[in-house]
Design a protein around this ligand. Structure first.
Ligand code: UDP
Length: 367
């Protein structure tokens, strides 16, 4: 009897062990099972069947649009790219801030690596541009060149805010890209358009764009893209160094708002960089917070009968002093046709056009 029971137990135990081993084998990362494959040095459970990040996100129950883990830098396997170096790189410019955020210049990133990380995420990118009054003339050049250089192969919606709907040109757009037109009133002062952007963008992000985008860029329309403006620009909060003040300018000479009556005031001895408000971007919710901040602060200023020296740009600079950007983009990400290209700017990715201020602005005048 005893021998009979122990034999049955032994068979049951062996069967249970076999099942357990089978289960363990099934859940073992594929790489470990194939550890003789020299290309797979690091065990990676993402590699089981489909290496695309969207599949991985699906398997993690991350909805494709909106709530994927934007901070994760997942990369599919089998991508071929140059080995990065810890010794070679740009030495003529600083490529990191003192809060350890990347400072992006040509030569500080590998487009192959960047694209293979970001493209499978398939983020939706909103671009908010205003073309009010005579500024509609800039739409064609901006949109056509954007289709050649701006986040190519990504899903992009250009939100065009204009008082002349009929002047928005027909543009051949790439797959997954569209133009959404939003009507805004005309303005008598260019300053009202520039600052009004914050009010209109706040309301429209809240009511419409929030459901349609993961990242948002605010851009001036009087610009033309000339080179890659790609996923290396994406981060939680990306700000662009103003070309006029990015080198050899003491921070006390930055054109920050200096009057204490303004909410945008930055005192002497303070500040990191001077950022342009002609290109800035980031995660949708972070951008919403910042655009709304600029709007609300300018409203407080208006109640106190003051307008910040450089309108929303002054408020933007104040905010970014205390909420450091997670990426700082070099002036490659906004140059100007007014200036020749210095040696440290290896690529002009987008450039502001020379314009006749007196002719194009409703109330004329230069900055
Ligand atoms: N803008 C506009 N209509 C105007 C003035 C400004 O649509 O009458 C918008 C447009 O998008 C422009 C941006 O506001 O690119 C910034 O204005 P502007 O280019 O005049 O400022 P600058 O960069 O030359 O100081």
């Amino acid at each position: 009897m005893f021998r009979q029971v122990s034999k049955t137990h032994a068979v049951a135990l062996a069967a249970a062990l076999l099942i357990l081993l089978g289960v363990i084998y099934f859940y073992l990362p594929y790489d470990i099972r194939l550890c003789n494959d020299s290309n797979r040095a690091v065990p990676d459970s993402r590699d089981v069947e489909d290496t695309s990040i969207s599949k991985i996100m699906e398997s993690r129950n991350c909805p494709k649009n909106g709530s994927w883990k934007v901070g994760e830098l997942l990369m599919p396997s089998k991508i071929t790219y140059e080995q990065p170096s810890t010794q070679q790189g740009r030495t003529d410019v600083n490529s990191v801030t003192n809060w350890n955020a990347p400072l992006v210049w040509e030569g500080t990133f590998d487009p192959v690596v960047i694209d293979s990380i970001y493209k499978p995420m398939d983020p939706r990118i909103a671009v908010v541009v205003f073309a009010v009054g005579k500024y509609t003339r800039f739409l064609k050049g901006f949109l056509e060149s954007g289709e050649k250089h701006f986040l190519v192969d990504f899903r992009v919606t250009y939100f065009v805010f204009t008082d002349h709907k009929d002047e928005v040109p027909e543009i051949a757009l790439g797959k997954g890209r569209k133009i959404s037109v939003i009507t805004v009133p005309s303005a008598k002062r260019w300053q009202d358009v520039v600052l009004g952007r914050m009010k209109w963008a706040t309301a429209t992000i809240d009511q419409q764009i929030r459901g349609e985008a993961d990242y948002l860029f605010m851009m001036d329309i009087d610009s033309v893209f000339h080179g890659r403006f790609g996923a290396e620009s994406l981060s939680r909060m990306s700000a662009v160094l103003h070309r006029g003040y990015y080198k050899n300018t003491h921070r006390d000479k930055f054109p920050y708002e200096r009057r204490p009556q303004s909410q945008a005031c930055i005192g002497a001895g303070q500040g990191d960089y001077y950022y342009t408000a002609a290109v800035w971007g980031g995660y949708l919710e972070d951008m919403y917070k910042l655009v709304r901040y600029c709007y609300e602060q300018s409203e407080i200023d208006a109640k106190n009968n003051i307008e910040a020296a450089w309108q929303e740009e002054s408020h933007l600079n104040k905010y970014l002093l205390y909420n450091k950007p997670t990426k700082v983009l070099s002036p490659e990400y906004l140059w100007s046709d007014y200036d020749s290209k210095p040696d440290d700017i290896r690529v002009i990715r987008i450039s502001q056009l020379v314009k006749n201020y007196a002719e194009v602005r409703p109330n004329g005048g230069h900055d």
